[in-house]
Design a protein around this ligand. Structure first.
Ligand code: ADP
Ligand code: MG
Length: 366
């Protein structure tokens, strides 16, 4: 556990955007955005390429100036402050280590820039190399390190001066899957130990789900939805978020009626009743249901057929065709002693009313 020393506060500060936006000529990279990141919070911007994630982070870092709005870190307005004075740590995808410096010299660099005494520098660097598990490699040069090790050095260099806020833009996307998941866990651990506020950018939804206290889903330069991973997964506000986070079966069904906050949907073999806060705008709605929430059973009178079964270790994946041509995916946990259904089997679906989201004009009705 890294402990705070009186002159080196380690607690995170809040970050606040008010009406923050960025345009490049005719291109709106970030629409006016209001957002508060809590002290010590891990917040991720998640979205497809071009949705404005990096631009947002660059404004916070000070490398892009906002077209409108303000940025506060704690109580300090940093909107017009040069990057070096913001005291924010940064890690990017390309490690950008100084190639002619050893690991130790790289990590010491921000301390040297801040005029910290040599003996204190050595102590802080040692402590940080320990934290990121690089104690043994202090005298190596970047070219003598693996990608994962280089990224640990970049992380150590970004936090050695104990910034209250750390920015990371796709820091793990150049690493293989195994290393990525190990570093995800380690970055979380270090973040918790230091109490630092992290603003993280990724296009990888698993990474965002694993690491974040809250995820801010971006689309076309705006916030599509912001919330805890569970909230976004279980209650996506619109079709875009439902489709972007995790796997969803999305299909259209006719509406039979809406009354008293209840929506009745025609599922061919039966009616499905869902709670809804308003009437749908059209005669049909889009439904979304996660593959792990969709269950079915063998039934000769069912309205669907198993097309394909794939063994995936801890579950089997079933591709199921409804008689109207709709294709659905269901994931079933392996259960001892039960023979899995084979392609061609007729099945009935058990619609999980509590797990189905309905959308009208792309927006959730619940
Ligand atoms: P992301 O990081 O989510 O992939 P960016 O923030 O890099 O997205 O880009 C958002 C939008 O702004 C994109 O349409 C991109 O083309 C545009 N953009 C980014 N930087 C510039 C720039 N310097 N000049 C013009 N357009 C830019
Ligand atoms: Mg980017």
């Amino acid at each position: 556990m890294v402990s705070a020393t009186p002159d080196q506060p380690v607690s995170g500060r809040s970050v606040r955007f008010s009406s923050l936006s960025k345009t490049y000529g005719p291109v709106t990279a970030v629409k006016p955005m209001d957002l508060t990141v809590q002290p010590g919070e891990f917040l991720s911007f998640l979205g497809p390429s071009g949705s404005g994630k990096t631009t947002t982070l660059m404004m916070l870092a000070g490398f892009e100036s906002p077209s409108t709005g303000r940025i506060l870190v704690g109580d300090t307005d940093i909107t017009a402050m040069p990057p070096a004075r913001r005291n924010i740590g940064m890690v990017f995808q390309n490690y950008a280590l100084f190639p002619h410096m050893t690991v130790r010299q790289n990590v010491a660099f921000p301390l040297r820039m801040r005029g910290i005494a040599a003996s204190e520098q050595a102590r802080m660097v040692d402590e940080m190399l320990d934290t990121v598990g690089l104690g043994e490699l202090a005298e190596r040069f970047p070219t003598q390190l693996s990608g994962g090790q280089q990224q640990r050095v970049a992380l150590a260099r970004a936090i050695v001066f104990r910034p209250p806020v750390l920015l990371m833009d796709e820091p793990l996307s150049a690493l293989d899957k195994y290393l990525r998941s190990r570093l995800q866990i380690e970055i979380k651990r270090i973040q918790r130990e230091l109490g630092i506020t992290v603003v993280y950018v990724t296009h990888d939804q698993d990474e965002a789900m694993t690491m974040s206290d809250r995820i801010c889903v971006m689309r076309d330069g705006g916030i599509a939805q912001i919330g805890a991973p569970e909230t976004l997964y279980q209650a996506p506000a619109d079709e875009f978020v439902a489709g972007f986070l995790g796997e969803s079966n999305m299909f259209t069904r006719p509406v039979k009626g809406y009354a008293d906050g209840r929506l009745t949907i025609d599922m061919a073999s039966e009616d499905l009743v869902l709670p809804a806060s308003r009437a749908p705008a059209a005669a049909s709605v889009k439904l979304a249901v996660r593959p792990e929430h969709l269950s079915f059973h063998a039934d000769a009178a069912g309205i669907a057929t198993v097309r394909d079964v794939t063994y995936v270790g801890d579950h089997r994946r079933y591709d199921i065709a409804l008689d109207d041509g709709t294709m659905l995916v269901a994931k079933k946990q392996e259960t001892d002693g039960l023979t899995p259904l084979a392609p061609g089997a007729r099945v009935a679906l058990d619609w999980p009313a509590g797990r189905i989201r309905a959308f009208s004009d792309g927006v959730a009705l619940q």
